[in-house]
Write a protein that binds this ligand. Structure first.
Ligand code: S3P
Length: 172
């Protein structure tokens, strides 16, 4: 099916393991738009990996860089942008996204997030304790903020294409 052109950059938010990158890439392809993974852009700007940024400079420095990189990306032509799970917690980022973009919360259950994030060990926050307990704590603190997004779509266990279809329907 054909989709209306996206008038604003679509910003995917939500917890680690929600599928922001996997879904974002496919949504961008379907819309014929560019795709950027903000975490990847941050790694390029820093010249090292996210775990290295946390280790060498600390989380506050990571958050500063994250805010600046996302602000820059929000001034690029309309695209699909996936953001790290903490990005939307920043009030300034939320304001920039509200002004220039369309935010979409990819919402998943704890079980799904835990299973998906267990496959890669590139998330410093999940090393701070039992990963599932850390995720549960983040869920409690972050869900009220993610709920401020313009749209919410469930990211269930199952084929990523199903979530892609739900996102396309939500933005249409
Ligand atoms: C973080 C999520 C990660 C990455 C960093 C911090 C968070 O991105 O930005 O490890 O605070 O939730 P993903 O959500 O893409 O895993």
């Amino acid at each position: 099916a054909l989709h209306r052109p996206l008038p604003r950059t679509l910003v995917l938010v939500g917890l680690m393991g929600a599928g922001k990158t996997a879904v974002g890439k496919r949504v961008a392809a379907r819309l014929g738009l560019g795709f950027t993974d903000a975490d990847h852009a941050i790694e390029e700007a820093a010249g090292c990996s996210i775990p290295d940024i946390f280790e060498r400079y600390g989380e506050p420095a990571f958050r500063d860089l994250e805010r600046r990189v996302i602000a820059r990306l929000m001034h690029e032509p309309v695209q699909v942008l996936s953001t790290g799970g903490g990005a939307f917690m920043d009030a300034q980022t939320r304001a920039t996204v509200a002004e220039r973009g369309l935010s979409l919360w990819l919402k998943a259950e704890l079980e799904v997030l835990a299973t998906r994030t267990a496959k890669r060990h590139n998330r410093p926050l999940l090393r701070q304790g039992d990963p599932k307990a850390v995720l549960a704590g983040l869920m409690e603190r972050r869900h009220p903020i993610y709920a401020l997004a313009d749209l919410t779509v469930d990211s269930r266990d199952g084929p990523v294409e199903e979530t892609v279809e739900r996102v396309l329907a939500a933005i249409d």
